[in-house]
Design a protein around this ligand. Sequence first.
Ligand code: GLY
Length: 379
Amino acid sequence: MAYNLKREDAVWAAETFEKIKVKMLAECKRVGTNIPFVPRDGKYHDLDGPEGIYWWTNGFWPGMLWQMYNATREEIYKETAIGVELRLDEALNGFEHLHHDVGFMWLHSAVADYRLTGSKESLNRGLHAATLLAGRFNPGGKYIRAWNGENIGWLIVDCMMNIQLLFWASEETGDPRFRQIAEIHADTCARIVLRPDGSSNHIVVVNPETGEFLDNPGGQGYASGSSWSRGQAWALYGFALTARRTGEAAHLDASKRVAHYFISNLAISNWLPIVDFRAPEEPVAHDSSAAAIAACGLLELAELVPELEKNLYLVSALKTLQACEKSFANWDPSQDAIIGSAAGAYHSSSLDARAPIIYGDYFFIEAVLRLAGKAFEIF
Ligand code: GLY
């Protein structure tokens, strides 16, 4: 949809899109079908996520390529994205290593390919991934299990994004089971993962037989009861997308509640989200990826709400995107990655601490393309 942008914001979106085009074309030629995560010394490396081909972020590079293909029709993006999708087949066939992030991994690769090219093989991959995700549903506890190992009763807020794969699968096949599972999981998440004040837990642990609440560990945030900003962003965007699919006022209100909480926190940090909104004042560490994801969610909300509500979400999305671009962007086309100062987790001391991370760039590009009227629906 076209947003009602002020002239200076429309100019910013158009100019930023031009910069993205230059940067992404150079990056695509350099990176090719390698699967990047975090650059080191300005260069991406192949499969450097901790779980190799199974790492949850492996769909974002093809997602960026499909967005760029849709926006520019440059064949190199399409050919490269298809090459990455084929590489991901190794993961799709590795059942025991897969997790709920099959949503992120195949929405951005196979489903995007199917939507743009109609490829039957890609349709199959998407439905295969959706079936794996549906298979993680726990009917007793009414939730989708996040990870493997001993974490049987764990559900996490990030899954609000992954369930978009299930809505797609129902739309595609006419089989309501996928959508029913997504809706039940979303309702559980609204009930026990979100908090009444608009903040969200990252992880909730339930009794897997009954769904009874047991614990809320800190997860990637500062501590139990804190407020990991990327988790808040997943909730904001995930509930907005879910509201679009279900038409339920409760899902829209859940997204709006998180949005109002998120915007309040940005208002005291110059529109740059810190890694956790409930962490000690020092050290100050930002997570630009939370801003990019939240901006996409705010733009989605701006499409869903009545006319006189739109401006709050549109202006807030613009403010945080522009602040991140000004403070953290690297437009040098000879270096990989655009938006710096993302963070894998509050306590992370590894590769993804205070660095550009591939999903930050994906959501930044999606947000700018939305504003420029050039994005296509991946979720
Ligand atoms: N889905 C994991 C993360 O946001 O880091």
